[in-house]
Write a protein that binds this ligand. Structure first.
Ligand code: SF4
Length: 204
């Protein structure tokens, strides 16, 4: 049994990939974790196909959830083309709650194109991991495969997403962050058209 969808605080979370181009210091995938506080085992035997994902959704009463959240135990944008197909099919069926995608904002690097226009009409909230107010801080925390280019790509993606999506949020984990650093993150998020959300660190 693979966990494709799971419930948390009234929302339905969707896990379609374990791939990621980062190695964040706080990532729950490190240190032998199999899951999170949200679900027991989020390592996938294989990446679910569109049909497998839809079959899982079909077992749920979507009307009861306040939000459907594509996140992963990994970076969901690796599966964006399939996520768009899933959203389109669910929207056609009717009754889909607001959709959020939690991303590291590296879509351009991962997919090699600008997907911001494709978010329009599909995604209601985009949540981008900011993780620091400078490229150095960002790289230290997220350890992205593409180094500084990942920082630039993330900022650029956020700015473009804000043109197509009603709500864009940026998140920062409060581990080792001073109030001044959090204020700089807030100002940066606002300059891109996003609002900052500070998340509590979940220790091992
Ligand atoms: S971007 Fe998300 S999945 Fe990837 S390493 Fe960071 S916390 Fe983990």
């Amino acid at each position: 049994m693979m966990t494709i969808t799971y419930e948390y605080e009234g929302a339905l979370y969707v896990n379609l990939t374990n791939r990621c181009d980062c190695a964040c210091v706080f990532c729950l995938r490190h240190n032998g974790h199999k899951g999170s506080i949200y679900a027991d085992d989020l390592w996938l035997e294989h990446e679910p196909t569109v049909d497998e994902a839809l079959a899982d959704f079909a077992t749920r009463d979507l009307a009861v959830y306040r939000e459907v959240v594509f996140c992963g135990f990994g970076e969901p944008i690796f599966r964006w083309d399939d996520i768009a197909r899933v959203i389109d099919r669910l929207k056609a069926q009717g009754g889909l709650p607001p959709v959020r995608i939690n991303t590291n904002g590296h879509a351009d690097l991962i997919l090699g194109r600008d997907i911001a226009p494709e978010l329009a009409g599909r995604v209601d909230t985009v949540s981008v991991s900011l993780n620091g107010s400078t490229a150095e801080e960002y790289r230290a925390v997220t350890q992205p495969r593409d180094g500084e280019a990942a920082w630039e790509a993330m900022l650029d993606f956020t700015r473009r997403a804000a043109r197509y999506v009603p709500k864009v949020v940026m998140t920062v984990v409060d581990k080792d962050k001073s109030p001044e650093e959090l204020e700089r993150c807030r100002a940066l998020a606002q300059s891109l058209g996003a609002t900052l959300r500070v998340r509590a660190y979940i220790p091992d």
